[in-house]
Design a protein around this ligand. Structure first.
Ligand SMILES: [Zn+2]
Length: 246
């Protein structure tokens, strides 16, 4: 029989393949949402280990928890799926959908694009997340998800991980988030991953920063992150929307 969630529910769940994905892709947005009073949770599908400079998963996990605290996220979960060989499988979909049924978010943020020359886990994570969002709502299937009741997630947004500027696309619709006030928090959160960004890889942080400023320049603000929606974005008060009074 279906039972109530065991832990506090959240407004937003951001899903990454590895600890540090969400910080790089949408950390400024997550920090902004937390400042606005939304309950933000982060889910890493894998522990991201092994990596060249990390002594092990415990250290990486501690870095991830420190980054979550920096962003103001209220929960961070690591699913026991395999780094480097993450695949869109039934098992992976069920694990994430079960957690989504527990957390009951209004919005899910997913990795949204292939990352050529980087880990193929990112694209698999996107496929797993899309499937899990759908599985979360299906009825007559609770036994597959620890007997948790269905939860309909109305909104899915994507975030990028690569270093490309937004290009017009007729299939998806961009949302530019002004992260001018949370840019420093984003960089501080990424900086928590000392095993991933030792001095010889500090240039990656500079590029993350430069991209945010470039995205911001295109939008007329200091720094921005671009998310995108699989549906056209509905605006209920165009004046407040265009003047940024929300
Ligand atoms: Zn990654």
């Amino acid at each position: 029989m279906a039972h109530a969630p065991e832990q506090p529910t959240v407004d937003v769940v951001a899903v990454g393949a590895h600890p540090d994905d969400v910080e790089i892709g949408c950390g400024g947005t997550l920090a902004l949402l937390a400042q606005l009073g939304y309950q933000v949770a982060i889910v890493d599908l894998t522990d991201g280990e092994p990596t060249p400079n990390s002594p092990g998963p415990e250290v990486r996990l501690a870095e991830a928890q420190a980054a979550a605290r920096t962003l103001g996220a209220v929960q961070r979960h690591t699913l026991p799926l395999p780094n480097r060989r993450l695949m869109d499988t039934w098992e992976a979909r069920v694990k994430l959908a079960t957690l989504l049924r527990r957390l009951r978010p209004r919005v899910v943020l997913s990795l949204g694009a292939r990352t050529p020359l980087a880990s193929p886990d990112h694209w698999q994570a996107a496929l797993i997340t899309e499937a899990a969002v759908f599985y979360s709502r299906l009825t007559k299937w609770d036994h597959e998800f620890d007997d948790l009741p269905p939860h309909r997630i109305e909104h899915l947004l994507y975030y990028p991980l690569g270093f490309s500027l937004w290009k017009p696309d007729t299939e998806v619709f961009p949302i530019v988030v002004d992260i001018s006030t949370t840019m420093a928090i984003k960089m501080e959160a990424i900086g928590c991953y000392q095993t991933q960004f030792p001095p010889e890889k500090r240039h990656v942080l500079q590029r993350v920063q430069a991209l945010a400023h470039a995205q911001g320049a295109l939008a007329g603000v200091e720094a921005a992150e671009v998310l995108w929606s699989p549906r056209t974005v509905v605006v209920r008060d165009p004046i407040k929307w265009i003047t940024g009074e929300f």
